[in-house]
Design a protein around this ligand. Sequence first.
Ligand code: FMN
Length: 146
Amino acid sequence: MTKTIIVYGSTTGSTQTLAEEIESTFSKKEIDAKLVEVTDIVPSELADYDLIVLGCSTWGEGELQDDFIAFEHDMKDLELDGKKAACFGPGDSDYTFFCEAVNILEARLESCGAALVVEGLKIDGDVDGQLDAASEWAEEVIRNMS
Ligand SMILES: Cc1cc2nc3c(=O)[nH]c(=O)nc-3n(C[C@H](O)[C@H](O)[C@H](O)COP(=O)(O)O)c2cc1C
């Protein structure tokens, strides 16, 4: 069985909503994922999983959501060779650096040796009307993870 974790950082709840939808889709496909807020784990725990899904919103001018900043920094010494990974996040295309957090986390995962299985999911604006896109993306992750 593929051990899967979804880690999210969310200030106003949008990323959390996406994370819950992705977890629910995994569950319907009989993929039992651990869903955890980034403040509740340390980076080294990621190495216990086969599939690592990171979700983070973008704040400031293309920066990670506050809770993810130290976590991403502390990921730099992780060795994730052989792990599969995928990233998602909400943002707003009115900003110059749309969903830059997804790009930052993808680069970090790849630098640690993980392989990205799909293109990152970037949701523009209110997430509530776009949960189908999150669900479809989660299904694509499942199709590509083996
Ligand atoms: C002050 C501020 C700065 C933001 N900066 C960006 C940005 O640089 N790029 C982007 O795509 N979205 C940006 N956003 C939009 C947020 O990422 C968006 O509101 C997101 O849904 C928040 O998700 P969360 O509630 O999970 O933290 C910004 C929003 C605010 C209020």
